[in-house]
Design a protein around this ligand. Structure first.
Ligand code: FAD
Ligand code: MG
Length: 331
């Protein structure tokens, strides 16, 4: 989760927040508080949730999951687009990002009232179901087929980003000059600040206590080209059992929460869906492979925070530490 320092713009903002996508979604439109723009943005977010939530039985994603191993399901264009992009990032990350993690998400139940540490046997039984290569897309019929019974999609690692992009598109097509869209930590910044200074996005201290920031990234956005800041971190959702802490970003290879010395990965880019998938992918890949993925991805930058309290960034990030418990390492 990221916090923003509004600085000079604070006087003319108006904000609205609603609960959607399993989190608090807040939108701040500066200078103009247009009811219609707020309404359009939130109805678009709810529309996307209704299509893509695994917790809504009539959603397209739930229908795909219910038909796993049985038949392809025709879906809305939004759903097709997000699944197609999710599969693209699955291929790009060698399966570290995998939209078919649904059975793992259900088995662990992290974020529900009844999370639990599954047995190795239970994990071994479902691992063969986690395979993006068994997600079949048919561009002619716009249908999606999960080849094996028991498979399930979960778009929790990418769909908030899509919703944030769609909200930003509504801002771009309105007469609102600047806006901040924050969908549970998926932040999109539209437009320049009034005084033309950069926006300042705070990166949360990824200790398990919510609220504090440990550094600030300067962001320059334009009205025609929004910027997004997306973090995947261990602190978002986790539970504790047997003295261990278990978070919600899984290695699809091991079936356990990814454990490679990282506490959080923040991706800065133009497209929030891509940044969302990348932050999750890079978190699973770990620093070296993750850094290589980001460097090969046009327009993406990243900040990596490690368990040993070191911080590393790509070359293009304007990052400053604010908490001296951390140490910035330049390589
Ligand atoms: P990210 O790092 O972006 O993503 C982590 C999430 O991605 C995990 O929670 C899991 O869902 C998935 N994931 C885990 N490992 C991988 C992997 N290796 N590859 C790909 N994906 C992976 N939460 C609720 O509590 N109740 C709800 O009703 C609810 N509805 C939602 C509906 C939609 C459409 C969406 C997009 C999210 C919803 N959520 C809901 C939240 C969701 O369950 C995730 O917790 C949230 O999206 C995680 O976002 P993040 O930014 O913390 O982490
Ligand atoms: Mg993500």
């Amino acid at each position: 989760m990221l916090l923003l320092c509004f600085g000079a713009c604070a006087q003319t903002e108006s904000s609205r927040a609603e609960f959607a996508l399993g989190t608090v979604c807040s939108v701040t439109l500066f200078d103009q508080s247009r009811d219609r723009v707020y309404r359009d943005i939130f109805s678009r977010i709810h529309e996307i949730e209704n299509l893509m939530s695994v917790n809504i039985p009539a959603s397209d994603v739930s229908r795909i999951n219910a038909a796993a191993g049985i038949e392809p399901v025709q879906v809305h264009d939004d759903v097709y687009k997000v699944i197609e992009r999710a599969v693209y990032f699955a291929r790009l990350s060698g399966g570290a990002f995998d939209p078919s993690v649904g059975p793992l998400v259900s088995l662990w139940g992290i974020g529900t009232d009844t999370p639990r540490l599954p047995s190795q046997k239970e994990i071994d039984e479902i691992l063969p179901l986690i395979n993006w290569q068994d997600v079949e897309l048919d561009p002619h019929t716009r249908s999606v087929f999960l080849r094996r019974t028991g498979m399930a999609l979960d778009l929790g690692g990418i769909a908030k980003g899509y919703a944030a992009d769609e909200a930003a598109a509504i801002v771009k097509n309105s007469n609102v000059k600047r806006a901040i869209i924050d969908l549970g930590g998926n932040i999109v910044i539209c437009g320049e600040k009034k005084d033309k200074s950069p926006w300042r996005a705070g990166i949360q201290n990824p200790g398990y206590n919510r609220g504090d920031i440990m550094g600030i990234v300067n962001i320059t956005a334009e009205h025609s080209r929004a910027q997004t800041v997306v973090t995947s971190g261990v602190y978002e959702r986790f539970f504790e059992e047997n003295g261990g802490r278990f978070h919600h970003i899984f290695s699809p290879f091991q079936g356990y929460p990814a454990d490679n010395g990282l506490l959080s990965v923040t991706v800065i880019s133009h497209n929030s869906m891509d940044a969302d998938a990348l932050s999750t992918a890079v978190f699973v890949l770990g620093y070296e492979k993750g850094m290589a993925l980001i460097e090969a991805f046009p327009g993406a930058e990243a900040v990596f925070v490690f368990e040993d309290k070191t911080v590393r960034t790509t070359n293009g990030v304007k990052f400053a530490l604010t908490d001296n418990m951390f140490r910035l390492v330049q390589e």
